[in-house]
Write a protein that binds this ligand. Structure first.
Ligand SMILES: [Zn+2]
Length: 430
């Protein structure tokens, strides 16, 4: 068990109770057979946002929608601000997901607005909180739909992507959610990004670092980019497992293992240099129609997911992958066939925002631990489109995208306190 953090005196117990109540009510309203399901651009997502709107209005906040049907909340005096800091996260979840992925970031922003209003406190710069739609790729394939729509970045292939359940295209579901699809299809920006002073997203950590380090919150340095292959095939030669001597084999499984061992060595070297890298092959298989215990398989295919915060590291891994493949092909008399690479550029958080969040953490007595985000977030879209971006992670057990994700309310309040302190602290730079 880790230490439970005490709620900073700055956030009252009643605020913690209020947010805990909101989490519980939304979990009940969006419950599925296991965990919660809040499909992107669905009635459930809309109802979740409407529930938040109801809470916001009851607490004296202003509510508006942008042209992508994301909801925006603000203090009355900030509603018409020329420039503002945007705080938020996504309202949707994966199927049978956890209640905190996404929702925690919206509620952290909302409770900061409510507290500022009740304390009669001004933010250092105007603040709006956004409840984004459609971040999860689980429903249609594309991810970050709500934020990409704002930047006019949804392509025809993404808008035509079919919903995993009803097989209707994303564009139809977006239209059903009240979005005028004409400018979206034309790739027009739906807002003016130059009005954003910053984008700050609070999110649960989806890995184990904060639990292991016994820290309630972290400051995020950047979001890893990736290069991905859905299926690389290694082609060898089938044979009898008992009859073919080693020297005569062209075994694709051992070749793949050889390749992975080489990549794993590279990974180790890159980490020792102090660079950032993770590498996974999550889908591996020989042909189930043909494979057998006593058969050397003729081929195997595997996925590859390589992530790093640095473009250079991703580029060098791409080169190393190919170089190793050539060597393994020669040594083992097999052949690799590559599918098309899918890639996402890494996104760096803004140095000034990272410094500002670190200062807020220290003022509240937290260790200002800085870490990269392994998982992707809407924040990557803002950061890669010129908006200075920052993220705050909340300690969370059991990962995410599953019903067992477990965030303690004390840790949520710690992250909300850091956010509140960051938003209200006037460094004179405004
Ligand atoms: Zn998320």
């Amino acid at each position: 068990m880790s230490n439970r953090t005490t709620i900073p005196s700055s956030f009252a117990q009643k605020d913690c109770d209020r947010v805990a109540g909101l989490f519980a009510q939304i979990a009940t309203r969006t419950a599925d057979t296991q965990g919660v399901s809040r499909p992107a651009y669905s009635e459930i997502e809309t109802e979740t946002i409407n529930f938040l709107i109801d809470f916001a209005r009851k607490n004296g906040l202003e509510v508006e929608f942008d042209a992508a049907a994301n909801a925006l909340f603000s203090l009355p005096e900030d509603r018409d601000a020329e420039k503002y800091v945007l705080v938020g996260s996504h309202a949707d979840s994966v199927p049978n997901g956890g209640n905190f992925d996404g929702l925690a970031g919206i509620l952290a922003g909302l409770i900061c607005l409510v507290r500022a209003r009740e304390e009669g406190r001004k933010f250092a710069r105007p603040v709006k909180v956004i409840a984004l739609r459609g971040e999860e790729s689980a429903w249609y394939g594309p991810c970050y739909i709500g934020s990409k729509a704002l930047f006019g970045l949804l392509g025809a292939n993404e808008l035509g992507a079919l919903h995993k359940g009803d097989q209707r295209p994303l564009s139809a579901h977006m239209a059903d959610s009240g979005i005028d699809m004409k400018p979206v299809k034309a790739g027009q920006k739906l807002f003016d990004p130059s009005r954003l002073l910053a984008y700050v997203e609070v999110h649960i950590e989806q890995g184990p670092l904060l639990v292991n380090k016994d820290l309630p919150v972290a400051n995020v340095s950047g979001i890893r980019g990736n290069i991905r292959h859905k299926a690389i095939t290694c082609i060898g030669e089938a044979g009898h497992s008992g009859a073919v001597p080693r020297a005569y084999r062209r075994d694709p499984v051992l070749a793949m293992a050889d390749l992975f061992t080489r990549l794993d060595d590279d990974w180790d070297t890159i980490l020792q240099k102090g660079d950032d890298l993770v590498l996974t092959s999550g889908v591996v298989g020989t042909d189930p129609q043909k494979h057998a215990i006593a058969r050397i398989p003729d081929s195997i295919s595997f996925s590859l997911d390589v992530r790093s915060q640095d473009v250079e590291t991703l580029d060098s891994m791409r080169d190393l992958l190919r170089a190793h493949m050539r060597i393994v092909e020669r040594n083992r008399k097999i052949r690799f066939e590559m599918d098309d690479e899918l890639s996402v550029a890494p996104a760096l958080c803004d140095a000034d925002i990272v410094a500002g969040i670190s200062a807020a953490m220290r003022r509240l007595g937290y260790e200002d631990y800085v870490m990269p985000s392994g998982a992707g977030h809407d924040a990557a879209v803002f950061a890669n489109n010129g908006v200075p971006t920052g993220m705050i992670f909340i300690r969370n057990r059991n990962g995410s995208h599953n019903p067992h994700e477990a965030m303690e309310m004390d840790d949520f309040m710690a992250a909300s306190s850091v956010l509140y302190d960051y938003l209200t602290f006037d460094d004179g730079a405004a």
